[in-house]
Every structure is written in C-alpha cells, then in structure tokens.
Design a protein around this ligand. Structure first.
Ligand SMILES: [Ca+2]
Length: 502
C-alpha cells in the first residue's frame, strides 16, 4: 500500500477518531479489553474436535507466506528477472500448484482464511471496523476469539506452534496470535507501512513495533533487519522442537511496501529493490529447508510456500490479469509450492482449484484430527491433490468464490470463471473495472488472462454458476445482504495503539 492509499484509509477512519486513539494510548498491556460478539456464539473448541490421538509421530508443518508476491515473481513460475534458486529447487523436489487461491486480494482478509479455513466474510474480517478493506493499527475489530484456528487445532494435538512474522488479524491483546493457539509469536503485528521509521516518523501512528509474544521489544524496528531476524527465529524454533511435531507459520514482511531489503541483498539482484527482496526471501526459504534437512526432518515435514495476495507495481502477476486488491486472477491466484520428500510428488504440477481455506481441514486431518464440526468451515480436505493421487479432482464442486470486501464478484468452477454484473462494483486500485453491467464468462484453461468473454456462447454455464452464486449469497453474504451463515468478528470497545513500554 502506498502512503497516499494509506492516508486515504486513515482519512476513512477520520482525524477525530485517530486523535481519540492517541488519547486512549495509555496502559497498553493492562486490561485485555472487552470483547463483544453479536449473534449466536459458537461453542468452544471442547467437544467440537476429538481429543489428542496417540501413536506414530505426526508430521511437521511449515507455512511460508509471502506478502504481495505475484504469480509471476518466482523463477519456477516463469520470472526472468528474479533469481530464486532455492525456491526453484523446492519446486523440483515438490509439487507446483497453478490454481491455488487466496480468498482476498488484500492482507487481513486473506490471512483470516488461512487461519480459520473460512471465507473472510464468514468470519467478519472482510473489512475493518470503519469500513477499510484491511485492519488498521488500533482497530476495534479482530479475529473473534471464539474462532478455532489451525494453530489451535494442532496445539491441541500436541504440536509446538509458532507464528513468526506479520499477523494482521487484530492488534489488541485479545487478538494476539498467542491467544489463538500459538505458543510463540515474534514479528510486526501488521503491515510494515503502518508505523513510523527512525528517519520517517508518521504523524498519526506510533513507531513500527516488533513484538515477542505480547510485548513490544523494539520500536521503530529497522526494517532492513527484519527478514534476517525472522529467519533466525524460525530456524531456532525448528531446532528447539525437532523431537516433537511442530507447526511453524512464517508470514514474511517482504515484498510489501515500503521496500527495505536487508543490507546483504540491497543492490545485488539487478532487478531493483523488489528483486533484492525476492532474493532475500529465497535465501530465507533456503535456510529453512537446509535446517529441515540437517535435522533429518525431510521425511516428516510438509513445507507449503505461497503468498497472501497478488503483486502491485514492480511485482509480476504474469500471465494473469489484474493484481493486488482485485478479484481478477492476478489478485487472488498465487504461486504455491508444497514439498514433503517421499509423500508429495517431486516435479509435479497440480492445476486443480484449491485454496488457503483448505489448509486447516487438510493439516488437521494429517495431524489425526479434523476441522471443527460445530460451525461451517468452507475449506475442504485436499490431501489427495497434495499427495498426487491419480485423477484426484478439486473438492470445490460447489464453486470457489471471489469476494472483495463484502461483495461477491466472481465464482470459479472447473475451468470456468463467471464475473458477475455489479452496479456499483466495489473497486480495488489496480486493473479493476469500476463499471460491470454484464455477466462475463471466461474459460481459464484457454484464456488465463481473462480477455475473452464467452458468456453468450455458454448460457448453460452462466446459469449453473449463477445458481452457485445465489447459494453463497444466502449463506456467506454479499454486499448489503447478510449471509445466514456469517459469524461476527471480535470487537474491543476501547482499542489502543501498541507501543514499547517507556
Ligand atoms: Ca499482502
């Protein structure tokens, strides 16, 4: 997000409200605050999932989650300008997914799905408490503490769990990762453009905080040092937990604005600061994989690498159209590589539709449990796709849905993508048409760039996908229509900024 865009978001908050946040900025780690949830409260985790199972060692899981990395930014996805030898090797040793989706073209909503296995609108993280499309520092809204995250499920199965990096599902204490099943947290809790830097203070925001568990340990953190710190923390966590199952969630700071490559990488890539950051991420990934190999954990560790949304500016989403903050393929279809030697086929490509919402049910089952049964989980078990079972098909037989904020804008089923007629269409800032008065049907197998509308040639397909949209509209919701199955986010009445204790 650019400064201008961020100022626009803060403008949405209102100067008075921002001032109020500052006025409230005392006693940061005192009370947990009040959490308010409306509607029927879901049951607690107990009873919704089975007790811990005994027996053979459970697999380790590592999720490497880039920020704003585009579909065309990695060598193994066709980049000719970024050097990514470690990730390319991971790709050769594992499976490359070419129709892997996040559920939103922007930060917080996308992350809510990875954690909960649900569409953002299902769990109320499709927008901030003031209608911004992403949570902002001091936001009243955060992930509802009653949601059961993949970390919580795995922790209940005996896993050591850590989140190292960008959380961005709420910055009030009740929303911290340590309250959602993570034993350990280390990182910047939101975007790296949401706080002042030493030489670039922000009038309306505190210095950018780096946290360990629930305490700010550095502010403003020198962003050029962050990826090196994240990588060291990740390696340390793997080493400390090599003898028991672990879940490492590593949501990186790169390649989000502002561009702050580490000193070892700055100016080295030949593709400006963006390429420098991609190379730093490749180095980091190589360090993680080397650690897993050195500790002889290759045959017990599934590593998943993907990105939270499409690229903007210097990044590439090629050959897709659109980018970050859109529901075009470039905003939501991401590079995704999975590696587990001996289990996940090496050098394979999977083009079946799957998503970050599928990781919770899939990892839960691989760990000997299953997703919660007392609430709707949108994700599906994709073990067969991951393990390369012959003729395995996408489990999303009722469609995969593309939302921007609260608005349902498109649906994909098999090779077909239907873009809905919407007046008005809530628009992102890159490549998104603001007027869309006709249904547009794309054959993504023949037309991955969404150039040729074939709706008039396939009225039966349009009708079929439109029916799926109606189901989602009634269940999850759409724009001003609240879905019957939508749950409430968490709220804190009197949020404060998180700052370093004096
Ligand atoms: Ca992002």
């Amino acid at each position: 997000m650019s400064r201008r865009q961020f100022v626009r978001i803060l403008g949405g908050i209102g100067a008075g409200a921002a001032g109020m946040f500052f006025a409230d900025c005392a006693g940061l780690y005192g009370s947990d605050g009040e959490v308010r949830t409306a509607g029927a409260a879901p049951a607690a985790a107990g009873g919704a999932v089975p007790a811990r199972t005994a027996g053979a060692r459970k697999p380790n899981f590592v999720i490497i989650f880039f920020d704003d990395m585009g579909y065309g930014d990695l060598g193994c996805y066709g980049s000719k300008v970024n050097r990514t030898p470690a990730i390319d090797r991971m790709c050769r040793e594992g499976t490359k997914f070419t129709s892997f989706y996040v559920t939103s073209g922007v930060w917080s909503p996308s992350r809510s799905s990875l954690m909960t296995g649900c569409y953002p609108l299902r769990v109320g993280i499709h927008e901030s408490s003031r209608g911004c499309f992403v949570l902002v520092p001091g936001d009243k809204r955060g992930l509802n503490p009653k949601e059961i995250t993949v970390a919580r499920l795995l922790k209940d199965q005996g896993y050591a769990t850590a989140c190292i990096g960008k959380w961005h599902l709420g910055d009030q204490p009740v929303f911290f990762p340590t309250r959602f099943g993570f034993d350990y947290y280390y990182g910047i809790p939101f975007s790296n453009d949401m706080g002042g830097e030493a030489d670039k203070p922000r009038n309306n925001l505190p210095p950018l905080p780096l946290m360990r568990n629930e305490t700010v340990i550095d502010a403003p953190v020198d962003q050029r040092t962050v990826e090196k710190k994240y990588t060291a923390e990740a390696v340390k966590f793997i080493e400390a937990n090599k003898d028991k199952p672990f879940f490492l969630y590593l949501p990186h700071m790169h390649v989000h604005l502002p561009y702050r490559p580490g000193p070892e990488f700055a100016g080295k890539s030949g593709n400006n600061e963006y390429g420098d950051m991609v190379e730093e991420l490749d180095w980091s990934t190589g360090e993680i994989l080397k650690t897993i190999k050195r500790l002889r954990l290759d045959d017990s560790t599934l590593v998943i690498l993907t990105s939270d949304n499409g690229a903007i500016r210097r990044g590439s989403n090629a050959p897709l159209s659109g980018g970050k903050a859109t529901t075009m393929e470039g905003g939501m279809r991401e590079p995704c590589v999975m590696r587990w030697p001996g289990k996940v086929p090496a050098g394979a490509v999977c083009d079946e539709v799957c998503s970050t919402i599928d990781l919770l049910p899939t990892l839960a089952r691989l760990a000997g449990t299953h997703e919660p049964t007392d609430r709707i989980i949108d994700g599906k078990d994709i073990k067969d796709l991951i393990f390369g079972v012959p003729a395995a098909k996408s489990p999303h037989t009722e469609g995969f849905f593309y939302y921007f904020m609260s608005q349902l804008q498109a649906v994909r089923l098999g090779k077909w993508k239907l873009r809905l007629p919407l007046t008005p269409e809530i628009a992102g800032w890159t490549g998104q048409p603001k007027e869309n008065t006709e249904a547009r049907l794309y054959d993504l197998e023949a037309d991955i760039g969404e150039k040729n509308n074939v709706a008039s040639e396939h009225p039966d397909v349009v009708a079929k996908l439109t029916a799926l949209v109606e189901k989602a509209r009634n269940d999850i919701g759409d724009y001003k229509h609240k879905g019957a199955g939508a749950r409430e986010p968490g709220y804190v009445e009197h949020p404060v900024f998180i700052e370093k204790e004096k």
